[in-house]
Design a protein around this ligand. Structure first.
Ligand SMILES: [Zn+2]
Length: 218
C-alpha cells in the first residue's frame, strides 16, 4: 500500500497510477533523483504533509492532566463493608443475653436461657449471612467504579503524553520548515500548492518554481 504523493489517497500495492487523481505513483518513491529542485520540493512537500497533519490534530497541553491523576474512588476491602454487621451481631447477642438473664431472675427457669441462646444463634447467623451479601455487593460496586474512573484517568493521561510528543515534533518541524519556506513564494507554502508545483515541474510544464506559481495563479 502506498500513499499518492499528490492527493494523499491510498493506492493499493502494485498499482502504477493513483485511482483518485491519476498521477504516477513512482513519483512518490524516487521523484527527481537527478533533479535537485524536485528533490527539494519533494522534501518540503513531505514535511508540510506531516506539519499540517500535526497542526490540525494537536491540542493545548492544558487540556490534559499534567501528571497521573488519583481518582476519589479507591478499591476497598470486603471487611470495610462487612464489619458493621459484626458489630450489630455482637450487640444483638449482648441484648438477648441481658434479656434472658432478666427472665432467668424473674422466672427462675433454665429454659429461658436456652431459648435466649437459640434466639441469639439464629439472629447472628441471619445478620452475618445478610451482611455478607450486602458487603460483597457494595464492595463489587465500589471497585467497579474505582476501576472505571482510574482507567478514564489513565486514558486521559496517555492522550496527554501523545499530545506532548506532537508538540515536541511540531517544534522540530517548524525549525525545518523555516529553512525550507524560502523555496516557494508566500501564499504557496502549503501541501496542496507545493504538490501542484512539484507536479508541474515533473511534467515539464514549468521549469522553475516561479513559472509553476504563475501557472497555478492563472
Ligand atoms: Zn492521487
Amino acid at each position: 500500500m502506498a500513499i499518492c504523493w499528490k492527493c494523499r489517497a491510498v493506492v493499493p500495492e502494485g498499482e502504477e497510477c493513483c485511482s483518485n487523481c491519476g498521477c504516477r505513483i513512482g513519483g512518490f518513491d524516487n521523484p527527481g533523483k537527478d533533479n535537485e529542485l524536485i528533490k527539494k520540493l519533494n522534501e518540503y512537500r513531505l514535511l508540510l504533509d506531516e506539519y499540517e497533519y500535526i497542526v490540525s490534530t494537536v491540542k493545548p497541553q492544558d487540556n490534559f492532566p499534567q501528571e497521573e491523576e488519583q481518582t476519589a474512588f479507591k478499591k476497598r476491602s470486603f471487611f470495610r463493608y462487612f464489619w458493621p454487621f459484626l458489630v450489630i451481631a455482637a450487640a444483638v447477642s449482648y441484648g438477648v443475653g441481658i434479656l434472658s438473664n432478666l427472665l432467668l431472675t424473674f422466672r427462675k427457669d433454665i429454659t429461658s436461657l436456652l431459648l435466649g441462646a437459640l434466639l441469639c444463634i439464629i439472629a447472628d447467623v441471619a445478620i452475618i449471612v445478610f451482611g455478607y451479601k450486602v458487603a460483597k455487593r457494595k464492595q463489587a460496586e465500589n471497585n467497579h467504579t474505582a476501576e472505571t474512573m482510574s482507567s478514564i484517568a489513565q486514558e486521559r493521561y496517555n492522550l496527554g503524553l501523545a499530545n506532548k510528543k506532537k508538540i515536541d515534533r511540531l517544534a522540530v518541524l517548524e525549525e525545518k520548515k523555516a529553512k525550507l519556506d524560502p523555496l516557494v513564494p508566500e501564499g504557496f507554502r502549503d501541501f496542496d500548492h507545493v504538490a501542484k508545483i512539484q507536479e508541474l515541474i515533473m511534467q515539464n510544464k514549468a521549469s522553475t518554481i516561479e513559472e509553476a506559481c504563475a501557472l497555478i495563479k492563472a
